[in-house]
Ligand binder design. Structure first.
Ligand code: BG6
Length: 290
């Protein structure tokens, strides 16, 4: 089902037979909503988000591409999240191991003329957003080099999880990993052995994590499971009180209700030779927990 938002931009609604749903906007190829079969929203969007293109939208799952953060010459987090993507009406068939995700849409991004002035690399980014029979959200990205010279990029699925309260959540799967701390000039530290809990601003890139990371929410009694392939790094971000106040498109208290945990490839950018394709896969599930 395709509808238009108030700026005339198409949004695609995917729904499975149990009533779970995903809504993705052509603005940024950004997932804006993911609901379970009870209709509960699982992603955070700020009440102050600016939904008008080409602004980045604070919430859902913006895609940071071809640059993460300010690690390069492009605008913060690259341009993909601000561009208008198109629907591919004739997508390639599902791979046999995707047969559980019959509800899907393929979106495409190719560089606009102005993009080539700031990033002179022809690429095609195919994003397949799918909803499984169980209500899991999967995002499969294929980036192809259609140029005659190699290029490198970084990518992150900047996932804003909706949580009960930041003091009630913990992340498992990042223990003992090295991370780069964006709040300390990207200095490298090593995480200790405990699950991660939150008491202050966190802005880190955990390096080479295992392919499963879990976010436990005690109060809501639910756990988000993040499964990833081709995405070695994990970004963890919560702006906390002071930064929240400084962000124009974010409510002062909203940092309590969100936590960004992104599957990403940042530390070692991905290089594609002419004609080569990179594939990355993220699957998000939510399960009850005690
Ligand atoms: C995080 C970055 O991933 O995204 C932070 O590490 C940044 O430094 C945050 O503040 C939000 O970025 P933006 O551009 O969406 O405000």
């Amino acid at each position: 089902e395709v509808t238009k938002d108030k700026f005339g931009i198409d949004q695609v609604l995917l729904r499975n037979t149990r009533g779970a749903s995903v809504r993705v906007s052509l603005h940024g190829g950004q997932v804006r909503s993911w609901r379970n079969e009870r209709g509960e929203e699982l992603l955070f969007t700020s009440s102050k988000a600016n939904l008008k293109p080409p602004n980045p939208v604070r919430g859902g799952i913006p895609i940071c591409f071809p640059q993460f953060g300010n690690r390069g010459t492009l605008e913060q987090h690259g341009f993909a999240r601000n561009r208008i993507w198109v629907i591919d009406d004739n997508p390639p068939p599902l791979h046999p191991n995707e047969s559980n995700s019959k509800t899907f849409i393929d979106l495409l991004l190719k560089p606009y003329e102005d993009d080539l002035k700031i990033w002179p690399h022809s690429f095609e980014f195919r994003l397949r957003v799918a909803l499984t029979a169980e209500g899991n959200l999967t995002m499969i990205s294929r980036v192809r080099n259609i140029n005659c010279k190699p290029f490198s990029f970084s990518i992150a699925y900047h996932t804003y999880f909706s949580i009960s309260d930041i003091s009630e959540v913990r992340i498992e799967g990042l223990e003992t990993l090295d991370y780069l701390d964006n709040l300390c000039k990207r200095e490298r530290f090593t995480e200790q052995g405990d699950a991660l809990t939150f008491e202050f601003e966190v802005d880190r890139v955990y390096l080479s994590s295992s392919d499963v990371v879990a976010v436990f929410d005690h109060e809501k009694k639910r756990t988000f499971i993040i499964k990833k392939e081709g995405l070695p790094d994990v970004v963890v971000w919560n702006p906390w009180e002071k930064k929240a106040k400084a962000l124009a498109d974010f409510g002062d208290e909203e940092y309590k209700q969100m936590l960004c945990v992104d599957g990403a490839a940042i530390e070692k950018p991905i290089t594609l030779k002419p004609g080569e394709e990179w594939k990355g896969r993220l699957e998000l599930a939510v399960v009850p927990s005690s």
